[in-house]
Structure formats: C-alpha cells, structure tokens
Write a protein that binds this ligand. Structure first.
Ligand code: PLP
Length: 422
C-alpha cells in the first residue's frame, strides 16, 4: 500500500514513511493511492466480530507492508482495552467513543499511532522525542497514547492558564515518559515554538524530534474501525458526525469505501460551517474560527478537507454527505431536551450531532436508523452540561485524572527557554 501527498500524486511512500513524517514536505496530507476493500467474508460477518477483530481487519490492509500480522495484533490488543459502545437513546442510536482514558474519541487514533511509532522505530538506539502543542484536548490524548510506550518520550506544550484544570491534569499529571511545559502565552505561541524547535540546529543534533499532530494518517486509519463496528451491528444507517478538522468524517468515508454497510453521513458542525456551506454551493471558503460551546470543533479551515477532496468530487460528496450547522442555543436546548426525555447526558459536541439530524429529518428516509457519533463524555464539559441537567456522573478515567497532581515547567514563549528544558 502506497501513500502520496495531496499536493503531489507522483511521489509515493510507504505507510511507515508517511506515518513518521506526519505532514508531507510540500505541506500536503498523505492519502492512500487506493482505498483497500474488505473481503466479502469480512463485510458479511462484521455484525458478529469483536471490536479487536474489526480493528485488525480494518487496519491490516493499510499497513501490511510495514507491520506483520502478529505485531499488528499485539498493538491493537494493547491499544484497545476499551471499545466503542452503542446505546439506544429515544428513537436513535448513540455510538459512544468516550470509553478510553481521556474520555474522547481521540484516544482511538492516538493510542494506535503511539504503538505504530514505537514498532516502526524498533532497533533504533536513540529515543524519539515527540513535541506537541495543544489548546487542550489533543495534548491529553497524545500524552496518554504515548504514556509508557517504549523508546519514545513526549513533551506537551500548552498555554498556561488557558486550559481547564481537568485538561491540565490529563497533560501534566502523568509524568513518566510524558513531560509538560506551560508556556506563558497563547496556543499560537505554543505552536510557533514547536515549529521553531523543529528548525533548530542544536535541538536536531541532540534529539530525534517528531510531531504527532492530528493530520497524521496513522491516527485516521484506526478510526475507520468503529464505523465498521457500528455499521455491522446496524447496517444501512445514517451516521451524524460532529466535526471540526474533519478527521473523524474522513475516517468514516474510508470505512464506507472499504465496504462497511453505511447509507449516508451527516457533516454536523457548530456555526463554523465551512463544509456544510461547501456541500451546499461547491465553494470551499476557509475563514477565521468562532468560539462556541463545542470548542473542539471551532475550526474555520478544516485541514482534512484536502483529503476528502482527494477522494471525492463535490457531486460525489453531496450524494453521500449532508451538511448541517447548529448554534449554541440549539446545542443547549438539545442537551436539556434529551436529558428530560431520556435521562441521557449529551456533551456539547455530541449534541451538535444530535441536532443536525433534526435539521435534516425531512431529507432522510423514515426507516433509516440514525446513529449519533458521540465524541466526548459529558463530564468533560460539565460547566456547560450540568446547568442544563444537574450533576453528571464522572467516569473512573476522569476521576483518576482529577486525583493527579500537575507537574509542569513554566517558560516564557521563547525558543531559548524551550531549548533549555528539552
Ligand atoms: C477533536 C474533536 C472533535 C472534532 O473532530 P475532527 O476529527 O477534528 O472533525 C469533535 N468532538 C470532540 C470532543 C473532539 O475532541
């Protein structure tokens, strides 16, 4: 299986090279030369296979040139001691992706990526140092994903005082091979420092540096597995996907192309509706992001659009994907309404996914099952959810995180200072 950059079709590389590079040198994203297909024996038995088995069949064809089956199986078993879960709420199904250690779907991608990196670098004697800048959520998922993984250390840069206490504990409470740097500045400062570090001669001499950002192809592939898992159990459904950078929806499209029995997708956004607008009028107009309650989806220039359009034309996308945008007022209304009707707690991102279905109800066949993809546990966003529902039960993973103590070095937003603590 070969991968090429969305900006240069002629230059193909292996899965190993694409994963370890992250972004292509020309600024493009890596996409597969062709999307692999499940064997019919797999598609016909998805409904009875375990999560681990489906993850194996989903990831294997993409990585088989670089990762032999027994190693892949070990990786998947160690990455997923939890699974996706499907719950009936009112007349819909909720695909809960928040049963991992940081209580958000990013665990599925980050945990596989970490194990893939460790395997692909086996035999190298110098440890790999991952640098990652975060505005909050990604840092925790990456830190937990790489925590305890051999041959790799992680340094997370976050803006001091601008992440929630829970997020800070997820980033700076693990210790071990994860270290945290609180930067006196903004997220943009953190991102600039990471970029500068990669360009710094002294640092590149001292360390083997890499990034683990969200556009890495090794984070997307494993996410296709939970769509196939849900589709096997509910064939022919519409999946509403709460979206920001559109990695999650791109993974959904990969599952569909591999042969998972899925009818349609909904690109559910908050008021940052670049893609719903594109689906409507064919113009992709990136714009500055606006702050909302579903802040992990506050993205005005979704990076994975470049991947989506490498595989699908506008007409093809419109046949497969419906767009809908949801306001903060509607998000709150939905959280309150579903709680009072069903006693179920939706987090603000998942509530966007729920409400998007209501917007489109007229355009969906009546008998089609509706699956709402739930991207985060509501307790992660208690400050928004609890005024509408009362106290949200906190899962064990988040209780454990809250017990941790923060250990971070605070630095000014200058490369000199970063260099000193690496
Ligand atoms: C990252 C994130 C999203 C957006 O996912 P994309 O793949 O960027 O579209 C949605 N919800 C939550 C809770 C997230 O953390």
């Amino acid at each position: 299986m070969l991968f090429y950059s969305t900006r240069n079709k002629n230059d193909s590389i292996s899965f190993a090279a694409a994963a370890l590079a992250g972004l292509a040198p020309d600024g493009g994203l890596y996409v597969p030369a062709e999307i692999p297909q499940y064997k019919t024996s797999v598609t016909s038995s998805l409904g009875g296979m375990s999560y681990i088995e489906i993850a194996f069949e989903t990831i294997r064809p993409w990585v088989k040139d670089d990762i032999p089956d027994p190693a892949l199986e070990d990786m998947i078993r160690s990455a997923y001691p939890f699974s996706a879960q499907i719950t009936e709420v009112a007349d819909r199904l909720v695909l809960e992706l928040f049963h991992g250690p940081t209580a958000a779907f990013k665990d599925f991608g980050a945990r596989f990526m970490a194990r893939a990196f460790s395997y692909l670098r086996r035999g190298e004697d110098r440890p790999l140092k991952i640098l990652v800048a975060t505005s909050g959520d990604t840092g925790g998922a990456v830190a937990h994903g790489f925590y305890g993984v051999e041959g790799i250390s992680v340094t997370v840069l976050y803006p001091k005082g601008r992440v929630s206490l829970l997020q800070e504990k997820q980033i700076a409470g693990l210790k071990g091979n994860v270290s945290a740097i609180a930067v006196k500045g903004s997220f943009d400062d953190c991102q600039r420092l990471v970029k500068q570090a990669f360009g710094d001669e002294d640092l590149s001499k001292r360390h083997v540096l890499s990034s683990a950002n969200s556009i890495n192809i090794s984070r997307l592939i494993p996410q296709a597995a939970y769509y196939s898992y849900a589709a096997g159990r509910t064939p022919g459904a519409v999946f509403s996907v709460p979206s920001g950078n559109f990695g999650n929806l791109t993974a959904a499209l990969y599952a569909y192309k591999m042969g998972a029995p899925i009818a349609r997708f909904i690109a559910a956004t908050n008021i940052n509706k670049t893609i719903p607008d594109y689906l409507e009028n064919g113009n992709f107009l990136a714009r500055p992001s606006m702050a909302t309650l579903s802040n992990a989806m506050d993205v005005g220039a979704p990076s994975n659009f470049e991947r989506m359009s490498a595989h699908f034309s506008w007409e093809q996308m419109r046949r497969l994907i419906l767009g809908a945008s949801v306001t903060d007022a509607e998000t709150r209304e939905t959280i309150a309404e579903i709680f009072s009707r069903s006693g179920y707690y939706l987090d603000p991102h998942s509530a966007v996914g729920w409400r998007a279905v209501d917007h489109l109800a007229g355009g969906l066949p009546a008998k089609t099952p509706r699956v709402i993809v739930s991207t985060a546990h509501p307790a992660k966003f208690a400050e928004t959810v609890e005024p509408l529902t009362g106290p949200v039960p906190v899962p064990v993973s988040l209780q454990k995180a809250m017990e941790r103590t923060v250990e971070a070095v605070t630095i000014p937003a200058e490369l000199e200072a970063l260099r000193d603590c690496l």
